[in-house]
Ligand binder design. Sequence first.
Ligand SMILES: NC(=O)c1ccc[n+]([C@@H]2O[C@H](COP(=O)([O-])OP(=O)(O)OC[C@H]3O[C@@H](n4cnc5c(N)ncnc54)[C@H](OP(=O)(O)O)[C@@H]3O)[C@@H](O)[C@H]2O)c1
Length: 325
Amino acid sequence: MRLLILGGTQFLGRAIAAHAYAAGHDVTCAARGMAGAAAEGARFIRVDRDDPDGLAPLAGEPFDAVVDVSRHPGQVRRAIAALKHRAAHWTFVSTVTVYADNRTPGQRADTAPLRAPTAPEVEHCTEETYGAAKVACEQAIGENAFICRAGLIAGPEDPTGRFTYWPVRLARGGEVLVPGTPDDAMQLIDVRDLARWIVHAAQSRLTGTFDAIGPSFTRGEFLAQCGAGVGASCTFIWAGRAFLESRDIRRWSGPRSLPLWLPLPEFAGFATRDTSPAREAGLTVRPLSETARDTLAWARAGRAAVTGLTVDEESAALRAWHASR
Ligand SMILES: NC(=O)c1ccc[n+]([C@@H]2O[C@H](COP(=O)([O-])OP(=O)(O)OC[C@H]3O[C@@H](n4cnc5c(N)ncnc54)[C@H](OP(=O)(O)O)[C@@H]3O)[C@@H](O)[C@H]2O)c1
């Protein structure tokens, strides 16, 4: 295939480019050149998608398949207008943040209600409008495309640092502050498994809307598998919501967070999505221990972002937890 990736210079886009090139495809990545470099073997074309005529450098290029990772409705609309009629297959990487209901467990992509899209005149997505903007992007693409709603993406080159926190922290060993309970649900996908499925979808001309995420597992299993992957020896100190909130320890991602923690029951549906349609359509996932091992190796090689509690913040929280017993 001649595969065009709109993006392709960081994390998921780079992994798609790397996998497609390794599988023998002709890969072009189109971006501004700010986020990073295209994967080895891929051709890079400089474009600015915020410029109304920004895709002009791709004019006249024939592509068999296009993958778009954008979150900005204006960029997506311009790409559809300029390129969709010229490509046999179109993939749009969306997100499970498009869903309106995070509370109900076991939902499926074909029936779960969506958020309202951003207004038609909205060009750009912000942190607050991310889910609504992705709905608007999906609607701009219309039928006859592969809409791939990714859940939490983990693995080497993750710029968010949130999954990376856990292999790095567990590898340090000792007492580890962990959120919630061992039975809380979690769900994620290794970036390389997602990349492989996206290339497979382009090759096989898969269309339709899917949740792209691995099976649901418990936080206890998550810690056990991550620990096994990095050879850790840890004692887990389980801290409940009341304790974490009283210490201003935050949810999900970013400074002062325990990454990947979401309070229940508000998010009981977020990590229990039914992904059997994706599996039936060819998505396969590697063991989490492998994701953890490879993420740690990448982090140790330098330049990895890690977000979450600092060593001092975690130590202070552990002291407070013991004092409260
Ligand atoms: N990370 C997660 O856990 C998660 C979860 C669910 C869904 N997702 C979705 O998964 C995808 C992740 O994609 P990704 O890892 O490749 O990262 P990304 O942050 O979506 O990458 C953006 C890409 O677009 C390019 N770009 C940005 N602005 C541009 C512009 N004005 N003109 C041309 N190119 C531009 C960037 O390169 P330059 O800056 O160099 O231009 C970069 O290559 C996204 O669709 C995201 O919404 C992620």
